[in-house]
Design a protein around this ligand. Sequence first.
Ligand SMILES: Nc1ncnc2c1ncn2[C@@H]1O[C@H](COP(=O)(O)OP(=O)(O)OP(=O)(O)O)[C@@H](O)[C@H]1O
Length: 693
Amino acid sequence: MCYGCGQIKASANWHVSANVAIPELHKRNGRICKRSMKRLGTETFFLFLLSAMAQRVPVSDVAGGSKRMSRVRVAVRLRPYMVKQDEKEEGACVKGLGPQNLEIINWRNSTETLQYQFDVFYGEQTTQQEVFLTSVKPILPHLLNGQNASVFAYGPTGAGKTHTMLGSQEQPGVIPRAVREVFQLVRAQETEGDDWDYTIGMSYLEIYNEKVLDLLSPSTQDLPIREDKDRNILIPGLTHTRLSSFSEFHTHFIPASLNRTTASTKLNHRSSRSHAIVLIKVVKSQRVAPHRQQTGKLYLVDLAGSEDNRRTGNQGLRLKESGAINLSLFTLSKVVDSLNAGVGRVPYRDSKLTRLLQDSLGGSAHSVMITNIAPEYKYYFDTFTALNFASKSKLIVNRPFVRETVSSTEPGKRTRQEKGCEATAEPQKKRLKERHREEQEAAPGLAQLLSPADSTVLDRLLALEKMMMGSPERERLNLLKTVAQSRREIQKLKEKQKELEEKALVFNAERKEQDQSVVTHKNGVETQKDTGLFRTNLPPLHRKQSTAAKPKKQQAVVTPLQVSQVQPLQQCAVVCKPLLCPSNKRKQHTKVLEDKENMGVGLPVTDTDWEFRLDTSVLEKSRTKILQVLNSGTLKDLKTLQLIGDKKAKLILGWRAVHGQFAQLEDLQKMEGITAKRFSSFIKANILSTIVK
Ligand SMILES: Nc1ncnc2c1ncn2[C@@H]1O[C@H](COP(=O)(O)OP(=O)(O)OP(=O)(O)O)[C@@H](O)[C@H]1O
């Protein structure tokens, strides 16, 4: 029976998770039963979706079914474990399970793992040769048939993208191997003696701070990106060098690679600060009429790594670069979401990177994505994000087609495509601008979606998960609004609490002064030490009885109590303390007053002090009441608790569904995102508020 809606299991249209904490859920039209969300609570539901994402078996390669479709092939490569990257000696958090599978610790519950399946998984021992032979070589022959192909390395900074794509002299990576293979394929065709001529050329560019820069003819000029009427992406002004041999490629490629912007960060001493794209163009021209011409392009892309600036230690220019890198990678993620959701408008134009990769994702290229990951724990969240991105990318289907023109010109003369697209781009300018504007309006910026640097890990993950799940834009915005609303509420409550504490402080100080003046007026022999402190701790009734002050003076003392009635902390301190243990409490109170005076305003000496000033029975009663709400409250009830907004309330419901009731209030700290500090604020705010009630 479906856990969400109670429907009886009938067909295969079900999701059964391997995760024991996740019940069976019913699926309708490929979507998971909506009621599950309500029943499971947000946390478990997310867990469920992640496990669904992680364990989804890839659909059979559509390329086999239809010649016109080719699914993006996704490989994951795990870099060898590096001791120097693991200062805390925590070991690895990722483990390979087989040629296609791997698992990673579940951040929500360290006793569980999340398992993923990809087209191929390359373990730490995999050689450059193996990666090339199994993932890249098979797509290269398409280039000679006028089709496009692309290989791109994705992953967090320091995970091995440049190693995979560029490699080193001893271990050359995908780029040199692929170019050599293209030359070999062409040579093989030429020796077969077909009636085609082949030319091979290269361009090399980097996208640095959202600028397209030519690496073969370095300059600071930002090159424009254009699209012709056949949706070919072109970059007018970009150097295109004709190559006659592989060694010629080398002579251009090596010095140009040194032009690429790299810098040292905390996570990688030679970190790529830009996305680098090598473009190899194979033009195949028929020698005889009708002089057909086919053009195949190979994009070899080494993406810059996603960066968490709290760990990279980036500042100044590095921070700006990082912002541009993260923004373009975020747009890449949005593009993948849109493609998976099948929405008409895909935001390719939101970044230069996606604009250039337009053909590789949802376009006409045969694409391979190599996701590089690092095993060390400090990369955990980056790895988790990269795996989810890879997981959703494997659902993208491209539609390769042959780019062929029948040229009226003799072979060897340049076609319009080879010359660039200035002529064709102009009429489309207006349309493109409009589309660009529409897309920008529809899509929220990174700043809106990703929490700022001070956001909690939980917020960040929830936001990421939401993005990973390819949710529609509106749903995503709603979540963000809810999160923003909860933050505002928490902020307001904090301010209110602070304000009340300030008032109480002023009140105490005033009353102390007044007490002194009352006593002095009544009995000039009594010292300040004997009377002031003790009297300050007495409830108004005691004071009235014991001092028998004149009505005028009494009024002066009693009036501020109107303040203390709305200030439970101070009211309780006044009522309970002298009755419990006068001498100790007196010392404590002196300290509180001194500290408050020193600080001017604010909290008591420590955040736990307030508890000692309450009567134990009152404290216990309040705690029981809060525990009751936590264990049996509905979403609405939970939201009546202080510092619990919609999101936290849902997390609590999720927790209850998985783990049962909270044995004690302290168990709240077992939930993700509830730190000891947050817990103590929660307890304080709620106990005080139950006392007021
Ligand atoms: N498969 C591997 N085998 C051996 N060493 C590797 C492997 N992958 C990566 N490395 C090493 O790890 C370090 C970081 O790798 P690399 O510079 O390729 O990361 P990156 O993902 O390109 O980082 P960034 O995004 O910051 O440029 C390098 O010293 C590299 O030699």
